[in-house]
Design a protein around this ligand. Sequence first.
Ligand code: NAI
Length: 423
Amino acid sequence: MSLDTLRDISATLDPGALSLPKERIRILLLENVHESAEGVLAEEGYTSVETVGHALDPHELTERLQDVHVVGIRSRTRFTREVLERAERLFCIGCFSVGTDQVDLAASAEMGIPVFNAPHANTRSVAELVVGMSIMLLRDVFRKSTAAHRGGWLKTAKGAREIRGKTMGIVGYGHIGSQVSVLAEALGLHVIFHDIVPKLPLGNARAVDSLAELLATSDVVTVHVPDTPDTYRLLNRARLATMKPGSCLVNTSRGSVVDLEALADLLSDGHVAGAAIDVFPKEPASPEDALATPLQGIHNAILTPHIGGSTQEAQRNIGTEVALKLAHYSDRGTTIGAVNFPELNLAPHDGTHRILHVHRNVPGVLQQINRIFADAGVNIAGQHLQTRGTLGYVVLDVDPTGSLELLTDLKAIDGTIRARILY
Ligand code: NAI
């Protein structure tokens, strides 16, 4: 097919229906996304990348998005339904962050726009902090350091313990909990864990029968559960009181999980020897706002401002991971890791045209798609279908002859949200 024919057909289609050469796909990265993202995109052939060092307000964002196909944001850019509706050319969003609360996920799904993030790129950073905090707690470093800042000299071995040979109890053996397990064992700790889902123990770690057993036998308890109704105050006053006397608690998971009033009482009376808390029920929204917690002023409580995952390495990992997801969606239609979209893992398509068809998940769409190709005598070399809630996603690898003309028919199928062709 000649370029002129392609242009004629593309003029009849919506913006974004035909894939552009990679260097003409316009990418906007906001909020100082780590430079690793640009590196990955360049390696993948995407060179039309613009960066902005800050978040944009909805008006500016709408203006800037007019000719943008792919956008990358961190946590401060709000993608509302209104912004999405006006971003005509946009076909995917990368959240260079762990969370995706900043995007209206339902609206973007309805518009056939997948949203990607990097939920586990900071796992190692959290695990390292947990191990470091555990050592600090068993050596009572925080109290001694605070005293030294004031000119004090608390040189004593009393109550200071090595971590080797102690028992670490991990509550929640998921991505972070299992990493902590590996690092802790390398330092000579015995590791036990409790999870509501059966998990394969790593190394010599051992699952215990109950949370009660874990709390009663661990020298350091570290919590790595998600924020769910079941984990709200999982460590409440009654459970905290069953912790082994003289043990320590680390919480880098979510602020809702531990009753901090109760913990403050147990730290003050010495039942719990120390605690390191990185997450709080109510966290300041900005550096100008103040933190308020019952643990302030308690000498054996280390308080950190939700920095478990905040490292340069984690930012770099996030940059790499999200940039690759964006490139693979743009190149191949791969949606693995999308938070609001049916997930398909697709190999590159050589020698075929690839059609991406996003539709409402209603009966008969696949049948209609197949009929269009059968009627036109176009061979389908490969077909993939995945659904998620109200959304269906079909990817077809078809004979290049004639596939472009059929795109108009595909878009006319009832329930179609978006159709795009990669060639
Ligand atoms: P994950 O989803 O990989 O693992 C969570 C584990 O907890 C799962 O194995 C799950 O089965 C288990 N679980 C759920 N409910 C449970 C319960 N009631 N009792 C025992 N186990 C339960 O999550 P991941 O990535 O390991 O994250 C863990 C926590 O760390 C999350 O709350 C996350 O928000 C937080 N986090 C904090 C960061 C920080 O900067 N402080 C950075 C990254 C994550």
